[in-house]
Design a protein around this ligand. Structure first.
Ligand code: SF4
Length: 443
């Protein structure tokens, strides 16, 4: 469908920061604009519209967003500059004050991007049109299923969060927990399969909370998606340990389509720090979940989010956290330094970790992560696994893909195998700790 009701605008450039949800929503906005005759600008082509989809997970993220907005506004002075996403949602005044910004729109307005452009064209709001609602009004669910830049699709199953962890501003940026219905998600998965999609990553802010507003259960979603013909792989992007039911683990263990791959935020391996964070579990529960996954799926890749240097994390509590994490049979850590967020309850905790100490703790956790990843990877060298190969980058003589259990593999380029599941022998460690060099055995 082409409805050229937006006059004089033909090309758009997106700049997306942050999580998979944002990338998925950017692709949806791109599709919505395409319905109005606005296509992605080719490299070197001047865009008529620039959309910056922002993130606000840390202070650094805010800073990167400001830099990106300024850079785009400067390089494309004639373009309509639209800023959306979590930073725009949380700090709309700050964003509106940046020179060159024409429209600031909240997270729930993303699906209305075309209408907002029409409104701006009609009213020419000066200096900036701001359409941002308070977090209590973020109740719409904007569906989104989009192909990433490589081969995977990202299917948004849930949005928002009711947990209000003390360090986190996401509930204020994304609103309360809400989900799509199972029927609508199955339909989107079928559509992705019809477009040739092979792998879908289920995304959301707090996926395990799926169905709170619809009365449906996450396990029923998993079962329904598993039955969709054509999709060969699903991954669950991240799930809180207290919401990861044993029933889900057991189902994934026997499913051919749900990959043996989990990403489970821990944040701290100290019970005292977990309490300060208002997390919903303790280390004992977390350790039980890891044991359960390992006994059901010995090959599963298990990624873990860890935050270091939070308020209240004394040297002793950090050591406890590190030792607990060292004891877990997990595959990799995603380490984040704690970042102070205005308006959060964590700011009431007196004990502050100094910057230098925080950096040392991050470095120590990253070393631990590399050790775990090397150990996990080494178990599969000399074996063969199924790899979904991605489209190779232009001018590159190798291509990449992931095994079922999320090992990143590099093989010599074979364009005809892009988006195909192929047997690869995993030969030796690659140039970096994250990559394994392999040889294609059979398409
Ligand atoms: S679970 Fe906690 S950390 Fe995660 S989005 Fe919700 S409030 Fe933030």
């Amino acid at each position: 469908m082409t409805d050229k009701s937006i006059s004089g605008l033909y090309t758009v450039q997106f700049h997306t920061l942050g999580c998979k949800l944002n990338f998925s929503e950017s692709a949806t906005m791109e599709r919505l604009l395409a319905d109005h005759g606005i296509r992605r600008a080719k490299p070197g082509e001047e865009p008529d519209v620039c959309v910056v989809n922002t993130c606000s997970v840390t202070e650094l993220a805010d800073k990167k967003c400001r830099q990106a907005i300024r850079r785009l506004a400067k390089s494309h002075p004639g373009a309509l500059i639209i800023v959306t996403g979590c930073y725009a949602q949380l700090k709309s005044d700050e964003v509106a004050a940046i020179d060159g910004v024409n429209i600031v729109m909240g997270n729930d307005r993303k699906n209305h991007i075309a209408r907002l452009i029409e409104q701006w064209q009609a009213d020419r709001v000066q200096p900036t049109m701001v359409d941002v609602h308070g977090f209590r009004e973020l109740t719409d669910f904007c569906p989104s299923c989009s192909r990433g830049d490589r081969t995977r699709y990202f299917l948004k199953v849930q949005d928002g969060c009711d947990y209000f962890c003390t360090y986190c501003t996401i509930p204020f940026a994304r609103g309360r927990s809400r989900s799509a219905t199972i029927d609508s998600l199955v339909e989107q998965a079928r559509q992705a399969a019809a477009e040739g999609g092979k792998e879908i990553v289920l995304t959301g802010v707090n996926i395990g909370d799926f169905g709170k507003n619809t009365g449906e259960r996450f396990i029923d979603l998993v079962k329904a998606l598993d039955a969709v013909e054509g999709i060969e792989r699903y991954r669950i992007s991240s799930i809180e340990p207290d919401l990861l039911d044993d029933e889900v683990i057991d189902f994934v263990a026997q499913s051919r389509r749900f990959m043996p791959h989990f990403h489970i935020p821990l944040q701290s391996g100290s019970d005292e720090v977990l309490k300060l964070m208002h997390r919903h579990y303790d280390t004992a529960l977390y350790a039980r979940k890891i044991e359960k996954i390992r006994s059901a799926m010995p090959d599963a890749f298990i990624g873990v989010d860890v935050m270091v240097g939070t308020r209240g994390e004394t040297a002793e509590l950090f050591k406890q956290s590190r030792d607990f994490i060292a004891s877990l049979d997990v595959s990799r850590l995603h380490v984040f330094p704690y970042s102070e967020r205005p308006g959060t309850v964590a700011l009431r905790i007196d004990y502050v970790v100094d910057k230098h100490e925080k950096e040392e703790r991050v470095a120590e956790m990253l070393r631990l992560s590399d050790d775990k990843l090397r150990l996990f990877t080494s178990q599969y060298l000399g074996t063969r696994r199924q790899v979904l190969l991605e489209h190779p980058a232009r001018g590159c003589n190798v291509m990449h893909g992931f095994t079922d259990n999320y090992l990143r593999v590099e093989v010599p380029r074979h364009d005809e195998l892009a988006n195909c599941i192929t047997t690869v022998s995993l030969d030796c460690p690659g140039n970096d700790v994250e990559t394994v060099n392999g040889t294609i055995v059979a398409p």
